[in-house]
Ligand binder design. Structure first.
Ligand SMILES: *Cc1c(COP(=O)(O)O)cnc(C)c1O
Length: 235
């Protein structure tokens, strides 16, 4: 697999470029986050070797282990999975982006831990756009309160919203377009809360099966795992 990683990154980059071109967007406006969960550190190093700088993990422990094992300043680490308050202290030292803020208490804990080491951490508020019970994220109605709370913080920046659409086959991606449109609409409706460390310039949406549709609907960060690193064996 590992020999194919660079080729796969090129293919994904081409998919992004084509979707951008259809949407009249500049490809530089879409950041590729390579989701390396359940893959060995060597795969991350291989991807880094062909120019990939942003990596995403969805488990606190695995993220921590990989961040500690890979001493490379140029890597930007993204936590894309569910948070737990008691795990936040293990990531604040190194993580650059946390995509899964669904409660004020996570922001409070990040602020507390990051202030002690004088870091500022980028975050996104995760919305449950699929409406499925088993998916995490807050509701559109919760966003206002979270953003108002974040306005007063110094060591957390809220940079936008994140959403995970219903899992569909690649040829069914059109079905989830309304979910991406909803995330964008929720963002647009909350622009008046931009103040202090709250800026809503980012939409983290789109994965292996639906990234084109997400880009057409305004995604600025696609989180792509399988199209880069291959299928995952355990989940
Ligand atoms: C695993 C995961 C991804 C990547 O999914 P693929 O289908 O492998 O591209 C993206 N976002 C989150 C939150 C994930 O857990």
């Amino acid at each position: 697999m590992s020999e194919e990683i660079c080729e796969n990154i090129k293919k994904v980059t081409d998919r992004i470029a084509q979707a951008c071109s259809r949407a009249g967007r500049h490809p530089e406006g879409v950041q590729l986050v390579a989701v390396s969960k359940l893959k060995p550190l060597q795969d991350i190093k291989t991807a880094f070797g062909c120019g990939q700088l942003h990596f995403g993990e969805n488990r606190a422990r695995e993220l921590q282990d990989k961040m500690e094992a890979y001493d490379e300043d140029r890597v930007q680490w993204h936590m894309v999975g569910n948070l737990q308050t008691n795990k936040i202290k293990y990531m604040v030292e190194r993580v650059n982006w946390i995509h899964s803020i669904e409660k004020k208490k996570y922001l409070r804990e990040i602020e507390k831990r990051a202030s002690r080491i004088d870091r500022v951490i980028n975050t996104l508020v995760q919305i449950n756009i699929s409406g499925e019970d088993q998916k995490s994220g807050c509701t559109a109605g919760d966003v206002k309160e979270i953003l108002e709370y974040a306005q007063g913080l110094q060591h957390v920046r809220v940079r936008g919203l994140m959403g995970m659409a219903t899992f569909v086959d690649p040829d069914q991606a059109e079905q989830v377009r309304p979910q991406f449109q909803m995330l964008r609409r929720i963002r647009d409706e909350h622009r008046s809360y931009e103040s202090g460390n709250v800026r809503l310039e980012h939409l983290s949406m789109g994965m292996t099966n639906d990234m084109e549709v997400a880009i057409e609907e305004g995604s600025t960060m696609v989180r792509v795992g399988r199209a880069i690193f291959g299928e995952r064996n355990y989940e």
